[in-house]
Design a binder for this molecule. Structure first.
Ligand SMILES: C[S@@+](CC[C@H](N)C(=O)[O-])C[C@H]1O[C@@H](n2cnc3c(N)ncnc32)[C@H](O)[C@@H]1O
Length: 222
């Protein structure tokens, strides 16, 4: 395990503290509280989203590939009342059957996965048709001038927070078969400009054509 990753995990909550207090925790709450049913959170980190899950969650599964993060995640799960299953797995290889979840939650993860299109395909695969992805991600700006600034400072972003600030996440969600239903842009609290925009919203795994109106009828035995 790399020393850098261990330091990142050990200092993550502290590093995020200012942003959390300046609005990030509220943004998390707005996204995560909409989770319903069987819920998977990928790249759950130290578990900063845990307090924001609401009563409509039937069961929560958390995945995280990094052992140092995983240890902290497990600890945080044990300290709160909701039960959750914690598993070590990268987003690119989710150890679940197709159509397993009603909701997938992804916050500040798609900027740092190894293979973003593959990770999104995996998220789509494990979501049931009609299921939702709730996301909060910083990504490449659609303003070309700002995107060029992000390209120029990506090395610094990588050095600071071990991810890319210029990934075309919105395009990847759409090109890998998710339908973006809602999306809003804001600034990442207390962060340098190249980290913006921070984008949050909801995408769905489209129901196959024809399946939406299918009603099952059962013959009346009388
Ligand atoms: C910036 S942290 C975000 C943690 C958490 N989601 C949050 O909102 O606080 C990025 C997380 O993504 C995880 N990660 C890195 N590569 C990943 C991958 N391929 N699949 C899933 N998670 C990954 C990291 O270990 C880390 O926990």
């Amino acid at each position: 395990m790399g020393l850098r990753k261990r330091i990142f995990a050990a200092t993550y909550d502290w590093q995020m503290g200012g942003a959390q207090r300046a609005g990030l925790a509220d943004l998390r709450a707005g996204v995560v509280s909409r989770a319903t049913g069987l819920v998977l959170e990928v790249g759950a980190g130290t578990g900063l989203n845990l307090p924001h899950y609401g009563p409509d969650v039937e069961h929560l599964t958390l995945t995280e590939p990094d052992p140092s993060m995983l240890k902290r995640l497990q600890r945080r799960v044990e300290q709160q009342p909701r039960s959750a299953t914690v598993l070590r797995a990268p987003a690119e290889r989710l150890p679940f059957d197709d159509d397993s979840f009603d909701t997938v939650v992804c916050t500040l993860v798609l900027c740092g996965v190894e293979d973003q299109p593959l990770a999104v395909r995996e998220i789509r695969r494990v979501l049931r048709p009609g299921g939702q992805l709730l996301f909060l991600e910083h990504m490449r700006s659609e303003d070309e001038r700002h995107a060029r600034l992000q390209d120029r400072f990506n090395w610094l972003n990588r050095a600071m927070v071990m991810c890319d600030c210029n990934r075309p996440t919105r395009l990847t969600l759409a090109s890998e078969g998710l339908r973006i239903e809602e999306i809003a842009e804001t600034d990442f609290p207390k962060a340098p400009p190249f980290i913006n925009p921070l984008v949050h919203g909801r995408a769905t795994h489209p129901t196959p054509v024809g399946a939406e109106n299918t009603t099952q009828t059962r013959a009346d035995p009388t």
